[in-house]
Design a protein. Sequence first.
Length: 194
Amino acid sequence: MAIITRFCILIIPVTLGLFLLCQTSWAAKAYITDSFRISLRRGPSIENKILRFVPSGLPVEIYESQDGWSRVRLLEGEQGILEGWALSRYLINRMPWEDQARSLRDENARLKEKLARIDQEWEEKVSREHGQGKQLKTEYEIARKNAQRLAEENEVLKSSKRNKWFATGALVLLSGWVIGLMAGKNQRKRNLSY
């Protein structure tokens, strides 16, 4: 009987422990945010009066630190310049994640707008240049046809000039031959008359 009670005393806690360990895996996943408000106090302790609750992300200047507290001055605020004491553990050297995310979202939106504007300008430019390309192609075709027509006219003129010189040469030759025949006939007549 003592063995059974020892066995039960040992088995029951082990079984219960295993059951509880398994149960923690059913928990939902969550994240802790760094967005909260801290108290700005008149002095470096929780007994001092709260001057104001300061939201996360508000910039401050640190003048001194002692015993886990820092004397700070708010850099932004609707109440003008305000100085007080805040717990040092709540002061960080970086901008809070929420503010960084907001800043990055804003920058992302600006960049998307800029990209859309650049895309639109690019499409307009490509369209304009495409239109100019078509116009240039049309002008090229007209200029090519004109050049071809002028080349044909030039060949005709060259041929005409050659023909003119050939005809002139033939006419000179024929005139010389006719003059030579006439002169020869007159020479024979004179030779015959002697």
